[in-house]
Design a protein around this ligand. Structure first.
Ligand code: 13P
Length: 253
């Protein structure tokens, strides 16, 4: 079975102490994951080591970065490189989140560099794509997402693309309480998979996890995750509540 992933995205929330408490409370639930399941916590940079230490004994649990630099190293004050993440054994990095695209002007070409640099350092990119409301209302969302994938990912070889996780996050559903309907989510996930199959191969498209993000909650996770092309979620608000995120982990196929 394809890997199924419940990924928490804490964004810029919680103090260090609140983060410790949140992780400890979730881990106290002692949820056992199967070999194809993962629980991933994308925490702020200063919390990565703390999260890793707590998750160390737990099989298939991992900490993730929320971003990394597109530069290798050097005079880039305030940036964090993929090599730095690798040096503390980080396995996942969220890339191209819509908030980074919107507030920090990240473009498809920069994200191609970031993805390449993560792959070169053995870090699995959780590559985010998704359309804003105006694009959805115009009915051109599939082409929009396809362009994001083409411009950032399609320079990679089949071997490389198999190491990537994709997260589809319709921007109009992020933090709004609006979730894509099961039909809308499945339709876009199937389209992403078909796009990957056409560029690479059906086998490779079948191998790549595609997570859904955008108001995933404890109450709707099971329905969303049950969809044939939805392989878990990238969760914002509900990942900050221990009981809710625990339920979301339990909802994995
Ligand atoms: P919410 O779950 O708060 O809508 O956020 C989704 C998201 O942006 C996860 O990366």
């Amino acid at each position: 079975m394809r890997q199924q992933i419940a990924a928490a995205n804490w964004k810029m929330n919680l103090t260090y102490q609140q983060g410790e408490e949140l992780l400890d409370t979730i881990l106290a639930e002692d949820i056992t994951l199967s070999t194809h399941q993962r629980a991933v916590f994308a925490v702020p940079f200063p919390y990565l080591t703390m999260a890793q230490l707590r998750l160390a004994g737990k099989k298939h649990y991992a900490a993730a970065a929320q971003n990394c630099s597109d530069k290798k190293s050097g005079a880039y004050t305030g940036e964090v490189s993929a090599e730095m993440l690798k040096s503390i054994h980080i396995q996942y990095c969220v890339l191209g989140h819509s908030e980074r695209r919107e507030y920090f002007s990240e473009q498809n070409d920069t994200l191609a560099h970031k993805t390449a640099i993560c792959l070169a350092n053995g870090i699995t990119p959780i590559f985010c794509c998704g359309e804003p409301l105006a694009i959805r209302e115009a009915g051109i969302q599939t082409g929009f997402v396809e362009t994001q994938l083409k411009e950032s990912l399609f320079q990679f070889s089949e071997e490389e693309i198999r190491k990537i996780v994709i997260a589809y996050e319709p921007i109009w559903a992020i933090g709004t309480g609006k979730t894509a309907s099961a039909h809308q989510a499945q339709e876009m996930h199937a389209h992403i998979r078909a796009t990957l199959a056409a560029k690479y191969s059906p086998a490779t498209a079948n191998h790549i996890p595609i997570l859904y993000g955008g108001s995933v909650k404890a109450g709707n996770a099971a329905e969303l995750f049950a969809l044939p092309d939805v392989d878990g979620g990238l969760v914002g608000g509900a990942s900050l509540v221990a009981a809710d995120f625990a339920q979301i982990i339990r909802a994995l196929k």
